[in-house]
Design a protein around this ligand. Structure first.
Ligand SMILES: [Cu+2]
Length: 217
């Protein structure tokens, strides 16, 4: 009998373990909360190995039912639930904005080790300068309509009814309970009611490899 290379056995064991973990994560029966919404975990894991995965990453519901996403990660790792009609709606974390050159930025905390990033731009006039700031559309709950031009700002921890025509629906950054940074909105969950059958794919805008699907029958 030919000898089996121990490395081959090790690789086979790693593959089998990985496949069984992924299968079990997807087969987790999503629980419901007090409002009868199905719960999907955005992240999880432990303090040394936070998970960047939605659990379960596919969920099947009936039209008219809701899904609530929360973030059970034990450390301050944010996630988002971001639906996009097209990848061009993927939001940058930061973006440059033009302001009058006379604008001065003063930190709320004069002792903080922080200042705004001012960047040059081609054809810049002496009357303006470009400041880079956090992109609200990545960071807070927001919806763009079917045209992609009309913006609706949602409150933190929103309960949104999706009609399926939206160009962009974002939860904002979901933080574990009590772990939101003091300068940002303390968003810990996002609930969407799905009115129409279809497959709704979404992504985490912090970890773009983190994807999920809501299949509405
Ligand atoms: Cu994430």
């Amino acid at each position: 009998m030919p000898a089996i290379n121990p490395q081959t056995i090790l690789v086979a064991l790693v593959v089998i373990c990985t496949l069984s973990i992924l299968t079990s994560l997807n087969q987790v029966d999503a629980q419901t909360n007090e409002n009868n919404a199905r719960i999907v975990a955005a992240g999880g894991g432990n303090s040394t190995s936070p998970l960047t995965i939605f659990v379960p990453y596919n969920i099947e519901i009936k039209a008219g039912e809701s899904v609530t996403w929360n973030n059970p990660t034990p450390v301050a790792e944010p996630h988002s639930v971001t639906f996009m009609k097209d990848s061009k709606y993927f939001p940058a974390f930061v973006a440059p904005f033009q302001v009058p050159n006379s604008t001065e930025f003063q930190s709320l905390d004069p002792n903080s080790n922080a200042e705004p990033l001012i960047v040059p731009a081609p054809g810049e006039s002496p009357q303006t300068k470009n400041v880079v700031t956090v992109n609200a559309r990545a960071f807070i709950p927001v919806v763009l309509d079917s045209s992609g031009k009309n913006v609706t700002y949602l409150p933190p921890n929103s309960n949104y009814t999706m009609d399926g025509t939206e160009s962009y629906v974002n939860s904002g950054w979901l933080w574990p309970e009590g772990q939101a940074p003091p300068d940002g909105p303390p968003i810990t969950k996002f609930t969407v009611k799905f009115e129409k059958p279809g497959t709704y794919s979404y992504v985490c805008n912090v970890h773009p490899w983190m994807t999920g699907k809501v299949i509405v029958k």
